[in-house]
Design a protein around this ligand. Structure first.
Ligand SMILES: [Zn+2]
Length: 205
């Protein structure tokens, strides 16, 4: 498995992005699981815009909204299996040389060439790791602590990733049903307070 932050994992699983940029290489060749990291790219908006612009320029038709791309835009799941067919390390050693790996390739990095993405029927919840890692299927969804899931829900809320929260709540419900209920109560309270706030604004303006 390779953990990739969103929206790049989506771009790979959907077949738009055929190069993965890494500062390291591997001798592994062949099947490679694409795991969406629990955190999104730090420059989320720029990254989404880059994926959309580059994929469209390559002739792909994209869904209208990120929600339509669900579940490929979810975090904390293995989304797809691809074939790692080779790695171009030209630019890793000589960033000044154009290696011809195309618009997804970042100069100065190794370019992992990915082909034939197969999206999983049911994404597998898993915690990401650095470097390549093996998925233990017996631990599916059990690797996160409740605190880690709650932390991620808060992160998703801050980033207005509302569609990511449902899956995280399901995961939390398996791990710690009482904590899941608490979070749902808090979310509900937040929605009610938000409405009251909007109403108050309407009255005062
Ligand atoms: Zn290259």
């Amino acid at each position: 498995m390779l953990t990739v932050r969103q929206p790049w994992a989506w771009a790979i699983a959907a077949g738009y992005k055929t190069i993965e940029n890494r500062t390291w290489t591997t001798s592994h060749c062949g099947e490679l699981g694409i795991h969406a990291g629990i955190r999104w790219d730090d420059d989320r908006e720029d990254a989404v815009r880059f994926v959309r612009d580059t994929a469209r320029a390559l002739g792909h038709t994209l869904p209208h909204t990120m929600k339509d791309a669900w579940p490929l835009t979810s975090s904390g799941y293995v989304l797809a299996v691809v074939d790692l067919v080779g790695i171009c390390d030209v630019s890793l050693h000589r960033p000044d040389i154009s290696c011809g790996c195309g618009p997804w390739a970042i100069p100065g990095q190794a370019h992992w060439r990915l082909e034939s993405p197969r999206v999983l029927d049911k994404p597998l919840a898993a915690k990401g790791q650095l470097q390549l890692w093996e998925l233990d299927f017996t631990l599916e969804g059990q690797q996160f602590t409740a605190a880690e899931i709650i932390d991620t829900i808060h992160h998703a809320l801050q980033n207005k990733e509302i569609h990511a929260i449902e899956g995280l709540l399901k995961l939390l419900a398996v791990r710690d049903p009482a904590a899941a209920q608490d979070v749902m109560d808090t979310l509900h309270l937040g929605i009610v307070l938000g409405r009251l706030n909007d109403t108050a604004k309407g009255i005062t303006s």
